[in-house]
Design a protein around this ligand. Structure first.
Ligand code: ZN
Length: 336
């Protein structure tokens, strides 16, 4: 699938080149894999290597020099540089579309994957298995960085499998799936993160700013989704309104609650319905943030319950799971 993505329209420019069948070098058509870079070099620079897209290797139309790669944090040997250049120039020759309309049509791998809808279960299964096999180290980096920004510890493999796979569920809307993906990959447009590379962006919390214009609190991931007074208030008020037996602690880290809130863990076990419950909470919060509207409890809960209702209508199995989970079962009474 990753290879197919690269070959459609001008997608090759946005394609990741590592272990991608669309990019090969030499007479034996070898992949740009770990052995290409060398195990030691790979281990050291795997973050850069795994995130390297075709377009990152060019400056205007020219293949970057050894010095330019080194400045990007990838000090390639001359031999590897030559092979990489060979592989990418070959790909360019093969995949460049004569029609400029097609050539300029580029879609990220994520969007490409999001388009694969219901009805193609087989393809998605293969794709998921493929993604899991191919991207273990990337997954690890993702979960480590997620644990860092949420001030939690990385949970075990079985938990991660559910949590990382959730974005790919076809019974969610594409918008919700995109949110889940970006949330786990830390690529949401959070104020403090965006301000880091765009100085015109205000790095202060969207909600706090509406209430107290003079506030200086930065919009960090953890602030927006967990410790912001607005967020905490909503967490507490929804739990109270729906009479859920969940204790919402203050802004200080509380290991039991953090595991529940960020990973859907109850009694050391991941419960998918709990993940969905809290992911949906953060998603609705995110909708208010992007619209720069203060989330009032009534508006918040009406959006929340209607989204949950839609999910349950498409996937009744989740209704049963929620019904059987004492922590959140009561939320069903709030649905239409
Ligand atoms: Zn805030």
């Amino acid at each position: 699938m990753i290879e197919n993505h690269a070959k459609v329209n001008g997608n090759y420019k946005l394609a990741y080149i590592f272990e991608n069948g669309a990019f090969r070098f030499g007479e034996n058509e070898r992949l740009l894999d770990k052995s290409f870079f060398g195990a030691g070099f790979y281990t050291r620079y795997k973050n850069v290597i795994r995130n390297l897209r075709f377009c990152d290797c060019f400056e205007d139309q020219n293949f970057k020099t050894v010095e330019q790669f080194a400045q990007m944090g990838l000090p390639l040997s001359m031999n590897n540089w030559l092979c990489l250049r060979g592989a990418l120039n070959k790909a360019k020759k093969n995949y460049k579309k004569p029609d400029p309309v097609l050539e300029n049509k580029c879609e990220s791998l994520l969007n490409f994957l999001l388009k694969i809808k219901r009805g193609s279960k087989k393809i998605r299964e293969v794709l998921t298995a493929d993604a899991i096999n191919q991207s273990k180290p990337v997954d690890l980096l993702i979960v480590e960085s997620f644990a860092r920004i949420t001030n939690t510890t990385v949970p075990d493999d079985t938990v991660l499998k559910t949590v990382l796979g959730l974005w790919n569920k076809v019974y969610f809307t594409n918008d919700f799936r995109e949110f889940l993906f970006k949330q786990r990959n830390n690529t949401l447009g959070i104020g403090a993160r965006v301000a880091h590379f765009d100085e015109n962006v205000d790095d202060r919390c969207t909600f706090c700013r509406i209430l107290y214009p003079a506030v200086q609190t930065r919009e960090e991931f953890l602030h927006l989704f967990r410790t912001c007074p607005i967020t905490l208030g909503l967490l507490r008020n929804t739990v109270r309104l729906w009479r859920l037996p969940i204790t919402v602690p203050g802004p200080d880290p509380d290991p039991v609650f953090e595991n529940l809130y960020w990973y859907g863990i109850e009694n050391e076990e991941n419960k998918m319905e709990l993940s969905i419950y809290f992911d949906l909470f953060r998603y609705v919060l995110w909708k208010f943030k992007t619209r720069r509207v203060l989330p009032r409890i009534a508006d918040f809960t009406s959006i929340y319950t209607s989204l949950l209702d839609t999910i349950l209508a498409i996937k009744p199995k989740i209704r049963a799971k929620i019904f059987n989970n004492r922590l959140i079962a009561n939320v069903l009474q709030a649905l239409g």
